[in-house]
Design a binder for this molecule. Sequence first.
Ligand code: MN
Length: 244
Amino acid sequence: MQNVKILVSNDDGIYSPGLLALAEVATAYGLVRVVAPDVEQSAMGHAITISRPLHYRPTPISGLEAYRVDGTPADCVVLGTHHWEKVDLVLSGINLGSNLGNETWHSGTVAAAKQAALLGIPAIAFSTPVNGKEPNFQALKPWVGKVLETLLREPKPFLVNVNLPPKPKGLLWTRQSVRIYEGKIVPGADPMGRPHFWFTAMPDHEPEEGTDRWAVNQGLVSLTPLRLDLTDEARLQQAYQLVR
Ligand code: MN
Protein backbone atom coordinates (compact mmCIF):
# COMPACT_ATOMS: atom_id res chain seq x y z
CA MET A 1 0.00 0.00 0.00
CA GLN A 2 2.77 2.43 0.94
CA ASN A 3 4.13 2.26 -2.59
CA VAL A 4 0.92 3.82 -3.93
CA LYS A 5 1.59 7.48 -4.70
CA ILE A 6 -1.41 9.70 -3.95
CA LEU A 7 -1.40 13.35 -4.98
CA VAL A 8 -3.97 15.48 -3.15
CA SER A 9 -5.18 18.85 -4.43
CA ASN A 10 -8.24 21.11 -4.20
CA ASP A 11 -9.61 24.47 -5.28
CA ASP A 12 -10.24 26.00 -1.83
CA GLY A 13 -6.54 26.53 -1.19
CA ILE A 14 -3.83 24.72 0.74
CA TYR A 15 -5.13 25.78 4.19
CA SER A 16 -8.64 24.38 3.70
CA PRO A 17 -9.82 21.99 6.46
CA GLY A 18 -11.39 19.83 3.71
CA LEU A 19 -8.00 19.30 2.06
CA LEU A 20 -6.42 18.27 5.37
CA ALA A 21 -9.26 15.80 6.08
CA LEU A 22 -8.88 14.19 2.64
CA ALA A 23 -5.07 14.00 2.88
CA GLU A 24 -5.30 12.44 6.35
CA VAL A 25 -7.67 9.71 5.10
CA ALA A 26 -5.42 9.10 2.07
CA THR A 27 -2.37 8.33 4.28
CA ALA A 28 -4.00 4.96 5.10
CA TYR A 29 -3.89 4.04 1.39
CA GLY A 30 -0.44 5.15 0.29
CA LEU A 31 2.24 7.80 0.27
CA VAL A 32 0.60 11.23 0.24
CA ARG A 33 1.80 14.49 -1.20
CA VAL A 34 -0.31 17.66 -1.23
CA VAL A 35 -0.01 20.16 -4.09
CA ALA A 36 -2.67 22.86 -3.84
CA PRO A 37 -3.36 26.48 -4.79
CA ASP A 38 -1.93 29.13 -2.43
CA VAL A 39 -5.28 30.97 -2.41
CA GLU A 40 -8.86 29.98 -3.14
CA GLN A 41 -9.54 29.06 -6.76
CA SER A 42 -13.19 27.99 -6.54
CA ALA A 43 -15.23 28.16 -9.77
CA MET A 44 -12.06 28.49 -11.87
CA GLY A 45 -13.10 25.39 -13.79
CA HIS A 46 -10.34 23.82 -15.86
CA ALA A 47 -8.34 27.03 -16.38
CA ILE A 48 -4.56 26.74 -16.76
CA THR A 49 -1.97 29.51 -16.41
CA ILE A 50 -0.09 30.24 -19.63
CA SER A 51 0.69 33.98 -19.50
CA ARG A 52 3.16 33.91 -16.57
CA PRO A 53 5.44 31.42 -14.80
CA LEU A 54 4.28 29.43 -11.76
CA HIS A 55 5.93 28.84 -8.38
CA TYR A 56 6.02 25.56 -6.45
CA ARG A 57 6.93 26.13 -2.81
CA PRO A 58 7.19 23.68 0.11
CA THR A 59 4.48 24.37 2.70
CA PRO A 60 4.23 21.41 5.11
CA ILE A 61 0.79 21.10 6.72
CA SER A 62 0.22 18.98 9.83
CA GLY A 63 3.27 16.84 9.18
CA LEU A 64 2.31 16.12 5.56
CA GLU A 65 4.58 16.83 2.62
CA ALA A 66 2.87 19.71 0.86
CA TYR A 67 3.51 22.37 -1.79
CA ARG A 68 1.61 25.51 -2.67
CA VAL A 69 1.28 26.81 -6.21
CA ASP A 70 0.29 30.33 -7.31
CA GLY A 71 -2.02 28.90 -9.94
CA THR A 72 -5.23 27.03 -10.65
CA PRO A 73 -6.25 23.52 -9.49
CA ALA A 74 -5.36 22.12 -12.94
CA ASP A 75 -1.93 23.84 -12.71
CA CYS A 76 -1.39 22.11 -9.36
CA VAL A 77 -2.00 18.66 -10.84
CA VAL A 78 0.26 19.37 -13.82
CA LEU A 79 3.10 20.66 -11.59
CA GLY A 80 2.49 18.02 -8.93
CA THR A 81 2.76 15.12 -11.37
CA HIS A 82 5.78 16.79 -13.01
CA HIS A 83 7.65 16.87 -9.69
CA TRP A 84 6.54 13.40 -8.55
CA GLU A 85 6.98 10.62 -11.07
CA LYS A 86 4.33 7.96 -11.65
CA VAL A 87 1.53 9.22 -9.42
CA ASP A 88 -1.00 6.39 -9.00
CA LEU A 89 -4.02 8.37 -7.86
CA VAL A 90 -5.11 12.01 -7.70
CA LEU A 91 -7.66 13.13 -5.09
CA SER A 92 -9.24 16.58 -5.08
CA GLY A 93 -11.19 18.21 -2.24
CA ILE A 94 -12.92 17.84 0.05
CA ASN A 95 -14.56 20.93 -1.42
CA LEU A 96 -16.46 23.30 0.86
CA GLY A 97 -19.63 23.22 -1.22
CA SER A 98 -21.30 20.58 -3.36
CA ASN A 99 -20.39 19.93 -7.00
CA LEU A 100 -23.66 18.51 -8.29
CA GLY A 101 -25.34 18.72 -11.68
CA ASN A 102 -24.41 21.88 -13.56
CA GLU A 103 -21.96 22.91 -10.84
CA THR A 104 -19.64 20.26 -12.27
CA TRP A 105 -18.87 22.52 -15.23
CA HIS A 106 -17.53 25.41 -13.12
CA SER A 107 -15.85 23.36 -10.43
CA GLY A 108 -12.13 23.73 -9.83
CA THR A 109 -12.32 20.66 -7.59
CA VAL A 110 -13.61 18.49 -10.42
CA ALA A 111 -11.17 20.14 -12.87
CA ALA A 112 -8.17 19.00 -10.80
CA ALA A 113 -9.45 15.42 -11.12
CA LYS A 114 -10.17 15.94 -14.84
CA GLN A 115 -6.62 17.18 -15.37
CA ALA A 116 -5.33 13.97 -13.79
CA ALA A 117 -7.61 11.95 -16.09
CA LEU A 118 -6.18 13.83 -19.09
CA LEU A 119 -2.76 12.61 -17.94
CA GLY A 120 -4.07 9.03 -17.70
CA ILE A 121 -4.14 8.97 -13.87
CA PRO A 122 -7.17 7.65 -11.93
CA ALA A 123 -8.81 10.54 -10.09
CA ILE A 124 -11.59 11.30 -7.62
CA ALA A 125 -13.14 14.68 -6.74
CA PHE A 126 -14.75 15.03 -3.30
CA SER A 127 -17.25 17.74 -2.30
CA THR A 128 -19.71 18.32 0.51
CA PRO A 129 -22.44 20.93 0.90
CA VAL A 130 -21.97 23.89 3.24
CA ASN A 131 -25.23 25.02 4.75
CA GLY A 132 -24.18 27.97 6.86
CA LYS A 133 -21.76 25.99 9.00
CA GLU A 134 -18.47 24.17 8.60
CA PRO A 135 -18.89 20.53 7.49
CA ASN A 136 -18.08 17.92 10.15
CA PHE A 137 -15.02 16.48 8.43
CA GLN A 138 -14.29 14.05 11.27
CA ALA A 139 -17.70 12.44 10.64
CA LEU A 140 -17.12 12.38 6.86
CA LYS A 141 -13.63 10.82 6.99
CA PRO A 142 -14.79 7.17 7.37
CA TRP A 143 -17.04 7.68 4.31
CA VAL A 144 -14.14 9.03 2.29
CA GLY A 145 -12.32 5.82 3.26
CA LYS A 146 -15.29 3.71 2.10
CA VAL A 147 -15.28 5.52 -1.25
CA LEU A 148 -11.54 4.94 -1.68
CA GLU A 149 -11.91 1.23 -0.87
CA THR A 150 -14.77 0.94 -3.39
CA LEU A 151 -12.99 2.79 -6.17
CA LEU A 152 -9.57 1.21 -5.72
CA ARG A 153 -11.27 -2.08 -6.71
CA GLU A 154 -12.58 -0.51 -9.97
CA PRO A 155 -10.85 -0.97 -13.34
CA LYS A 156 -8.39 1.89 -14.01
CA PRO A 157 -8.19 4.63 -15.06
CA PHE A 158 -11.38 6.17 -13.66
CA LEU A 159 -12.68 9.68 -13.11
CA VAL A 160 -15.35 9.93 -10.43
CA ASN A 161 -17.16 12.94 -8.96
CA VAL A 162 -18.09 12.20 -5.34
CA ASN A 163 -20.48 14.31 -3.24
CA LEU A 164 -20.93 13.58 0.47
CA PRO A 165 -24.12 14.59 2.33
CA PRO A 166 -23.63 15.92 5.88
CA LYS A 167 -24.62 12.59 7.49
CA PRO A 168 -24.13 9.78 4.96
CA LYS A 169 -26.02 6.51 5.28
CA GLY A 170 -24.73 4.70 2.19
CA LEU A 171 -23.10 4.96 -1.23
CA LEU A 172 -24.89 5.23 -4.59
CA TRP A 173 -23.64 5.29 -8.18
CA THR A 174 -25.42 8.15 -9.94
CA ARG A 175 -25.56 10.15 -13.14
CA GLN A 176 -25.13 13.91 -13.35
CA SER A 177 -28.40 15.82 -13.05
CA VAL A 178 -28.65 18.05 -16.11
CA ARG A 179 -31.84 19.97 -16.79
CA ILE A 180 -32.25 23.68 -17.12
CA TYR A 181 -29.40 25.87 -15.96
CA GLU A 182 -29.78 27.16 -12.43
CA GLY A 183 -27.55 30.24 -12.77
CA LYS A 184 -29.02 33.53 -11.58
CA ILE A 185 -27.83 37.12 -11.53
CA VAL A 186 -28.78 39.12 -8.44
CA PRO A 187 -28.47 42.89 -8.97
CA GLY A 188 -27.52 45.16 -6.07
CA ALA A 189 -25.64 48.34 -5.26
CA ASP A 190 -22.45 49.14 -3.34
CA PRO A 191 -22.38 51.71 -0.46
CA MET A 192 -21.73 54.44 -3.04
CA GLY A 193 -24.85 53.49 -4.97
CA ARG A 194 -22.97 51.98 -7.89
CA PRO A 195 -24.77 48.99 -9.41
CA HIS A 196 -23.16 45.58 -9.18
CA PHE A 197 -24.17 41.99 -9.87
CA TRP A 198 -23.79 38.76 -7.94
CA PHE A 199 -23.60 35.47 -9.81
CA THR A 200 -25.31 32.61 -8.03
CA ALA A 201 -26.65 29.18 -8.89
CA MET A 202 -29.57 27.70 -6.99
CA PRO A 203 -31.30 24.49 -8.04
CA ASP A 204 -34.86 25.46 -9.04
CA HIS A 205 -36.33 22.04 -9.76
CA GLU A 206 -36.71 18.71 -8.00
CA PRO A 207 -33.81 16.44 -8.92
CA GLU A 208 -34.60 13.30 -10.93
CA GLU A 209 -34.24 9.95 -9.20
CA GLY A 210 -30.86 8.34 -9.70
CA THR A 211 -29.01 11.62 -10.17
CA ASP A 212 -26.19 13.06 -8.06
CA ARG A 213 -28.36 15.76 -6.48
CA TRP A 214 -31.14 13.26 -5.71
CA ALA A 215 -28.70 10.92 -3.95
CA VAL A 216 -27.28 13.66 -1.71
CA ASN A 217 -30.85 14.78 -0.87
CA GLN A 218 -31.51 11.17 0.21
CA GLY A 219 -28.46 11.21 2.50
CA LEU A 220 -26.40 9.00 0.18
CA VAL A 221 -22.82 9.56 -0.96
CA SER A 222 -23.10 10.17 -4.72
CA LEU A 223 -20.48 8.62 -7.01
CA THR A 224 -20.78 9.87 -10.59
CA PRO A 225 -18.39 8.39 -13.15
CA LEU A 226 -17.35 11.12 -15.61
CA ARG A 227 -15.71 10.93 -19.02
CA LEU A 228 -13.51 13.30 -20.97
CA ASP A 229 -15.24 12.72 -24.32
CA LEU A 230 -18.01 15.32 -24.61
CA THR A 231 -19.20 14.09 -28.02
CA ASP A 232 -22.98 14.00 -28.39
CA GLU A 233 -23.20 10.44 -29.74
CA ALA A 234 -26.91 10.53 -30.64
CA ARG A 235 -26.45 13.78 -32.58
CA LEU A 236 -23.40 12.41 -34.32
CA GLN A 237 -25.32 9.31 -35.46
CA GLN A 238 -28.12 11.58 -36.75
CA ALA A 239 -25.62 13.73 -38.62
CA TYR A 240 -24.04 10.63 -40.23
CA GLN A 241 -27.51 9.63 -41.48
CA LEU A 242 -28.02 13.06 -43.06
CA VAL A 243 -24.69 12.94 -44.86
CA ARG A 244 -25.49 9.62 -46.49
MN1 MN B 1 -14.08 25.32 -3.76
